[in-house]
Write a protein that binds this ligand. Structure first.
Ligand code: GLY
Length: 566
């Protein structure tokens, strides 16, 4: 709940008096508010399609299918038929669940497929081109969710998406910059006659005619068109011609998994998030339970002490993530222990406000992990009260950069989310990253954290973000901004963010978001601060249920993101 405007204005006054204070975004900024329904995604055209589906009487699951495909049309940077993702849902009656439509390793994948004869990682092999591609799950995902909960015929859901692909999407300034940044890689993989090899400029219109044809076939023939039909056969042929290992059997075998969500309490909130093979909900629980006893509201927003508490909790959770987590269909995760209060409190017992805990003291492992930042998220609340939170990805920007001209979409490079080279034993005697080693048909570990929050048993917030390893910490800070610091959805999203992931042992901070005084104090306490100029941490899409029952959609100003409601 928002505090009195008077108090905020007073605080603002104090803030502007202090020369060295952290630069704060505008306080009390309100996002889009609507009475019935809300969609927030990475592009206006995409949110509009979701909104249209809801206005036609569709529900959040129908909107999910339309939005997922519209992202492939309007946001090829992270949306594609060639990717995968996770959905967390909460029905109006309080029923909750999750859908795992993450990519899988091909049958011909092997543990050492990205290593040379000296067991060294071959640079680029797991990120660029056909060898980087996991078996896509997006089409299976939208059909599974629609089959279980959808209301409208898929034909009607896909119609506006196909129309958008034919009409085309106008290039934004931010999109022009992204296309420019990755153009050379796209040309390296696909040659210079590819659709995305062209030097697209802001205000140009990109029509997706080949994608429209693929979507028309899917509209006609359903899920099997992709996994056991003309589209699938063309895809396999293309993958093999491009030097990949995907087979017809891989596509035919692909299945989604309905999984039990991670749920936990934090003060009077109930957090519902994604379970492994995403580390998202798992780490979010470890971090939130570790910080719960510290009463962050009294420590203040983005102060040295609150940054310390959050950073130390993150450091410990990420150290565990790297060792223990993987696809639960392949590895056994000691969930009960790692999520127990005793264990979490014990981990935090070495924390002191006087000095940073070096990451080398938290675990003996030496495996750092890197993840690409270019995933995307959308949040939906429908007029029936159902909520859907989906994070979806092709991993890197434009995935593996491999673009199937005939089918009209980019292929993921999700294989890079596996550990290509498992490492040293940790203090528990487990081999670092062994849980996430490559195995045929296995799902690679993710950080995606689509999340729904209840308050007093009622829907309160729908939230998620892209950002690779920073996904978990961006979702965390957004929830804390609302809950601990009484911000609205848009205001919470606009705040500067920071991130720690155990290794490298640095606190990444958004440039200009934190004052020099705060950074210096943290440095003196032993924290290594990284404010590289280009850092953007997360692009959060959230929906907050306001005290009067209206919905506030918050779209991240860091991108072209947009909330649309009615
Ligand atoms: N590829 C990013 C993630 O799954 O977390």
């Amino acid at each position: 709940m928002k505090k009195l405007l008077l108090i905020s204005s007073f605080l603002l006054l104090c803030i502007s008096c202090k020369k060295e204070q952290t630069q704060q975004p505008e306080a009390n900024v309100i996002g889009v508010v609507s009475e019935n329904a809300m969609v927030v995604s990475a592009r206006e055209e995409v949110s509009e399609i979701g909104n249209l589906i809801l206005q036609k009487g569709g529900n959040a699951f129908d909107a999910m299918a339309g939005i997922e495909m519209a992202l492939a049309v309007a946001y090829p940077y992270a949306g594609s038929l060639g990717g995968g993702g996770f959905m967390v849902y909460r029905l109006d009656n309080g029923e909750i669940g999750t859908l795992d439509f993450r990519e899988k390793a091909p049958l011909l994948a092997t543990e050492k497929m990205y290593l040379d004869e000296n067991d060294e990682v071959i640079k680029g092999k797991s990120t660029l081109g056909a060898m980087a591609v996991g078996i896509p799950g997006n089409i299976a995902g939208i059909y599974a969710s629609h089959e279980k909960y959808g209301k409208l015929p898929m034909k009607d859901i896909l119609a506006p998406v196909i129309a958008l692909a034919k009409k085309g999407v106008i290039v934004t300034e931010k999109q022009e910059l992204r296309l420019k940044k990755y153009r050379d890689f796209i040309i390296e993989v696909n040659g210079d006659s590819s659709l995305f090899a062209k030097e697209w400029k802001a205000n140009d219109t990109i029509k997706r005619l080949q994608l429209a044809k693929t979507l028309e076939r899917i509209q006609k023939n359903g899920r099997d068109e992709f996994y056991d039909g003309e589209t699938g056969y063309k895809l396999v042929e293309f993958m093999q011609k491009s030097g990949g290992i995907m087979t017809k059997k891989d596509l035919k075998n692909y299945q989604v998994r309905w999984r039990k969500p991670i749920t936990f309490s934090y003060d009077d909130l109930r957090v519902i998030s994604m379970a492994p093979p995403s580390s998202g909900g798992f780490c979010l629980q470890q971090i939130m339970k570790a910080i719960e006893p510290f009463h962050l509201d009294s420590l203040g927003h983005n102060t040295v002490q609150s940054i310390q508490v959050i950073t130390e909790a993150e450091r410990r959770a990420y150290a565990d993530r790297n060792y223990f987590l993987g696809d639960p269909d392949f590895v056994s995760i000691p969930t009960e222990t790692l999520l127990s209060e005793t264990y979490i409190n014990e981990r935090m017992s070495t924390f002191s406000f006087k000095k940073a805990t070096p990451s080398s003291d938290v675990s003996h492992g030496v495996i750092a992990f890197t993840e690409s930042d270019e995933t995307t998220h959308y949040s939906i609340v429908d007029p029936f009260g159902n909520a859907v939170s989906v994070t979806t990805t092709i991993n890197g920007a434009y995935g593996s950069k491999l673009y199937c001209e005939e089918l009209g979409f980019f292929l993921n490079n999700e294989m890079d989310d596996f550990s290509s080279k498992p490492g040293e034993p940790n203090m528990f005697g487990l081999i670092g990253a062994e849980a996430n080693k490559i195995e045929p048909q296995k799902r690679m570990l993710s950080s995606m954290t689509p999340t729904i929050v209840e308050k007093n048993g009622k829907l309160f917030m729908v939230v998620g973000t892209p950002g690779g390893s920073t996904i978990i910490t961006s979702v965390l800070q957004t929830i804390l901004n609302v809950h601990e610091y009484d911000m609205g959805m848009q205001e919470a999203i606009n705040q500067p963010r920071f991130h720690h992931q155990w290794l490298p042992d640095t606190v990444k901070m958004e440039p200009d978001g934190f004052s020099e005084t705060i950074r210096n104090e943290l440095t003196q306490l032993g924290y290594f601060i990284d404010v590289s100029e280009s850092i953007v941490i997360g692009k959060v899409e959230g929906i907050l249920v306001l005290p009067d029952g209206k919905l506030e959609g918050g779209a991240d100003p860091r991108g072209d993101d947009k909330a649309v409601g009615f």
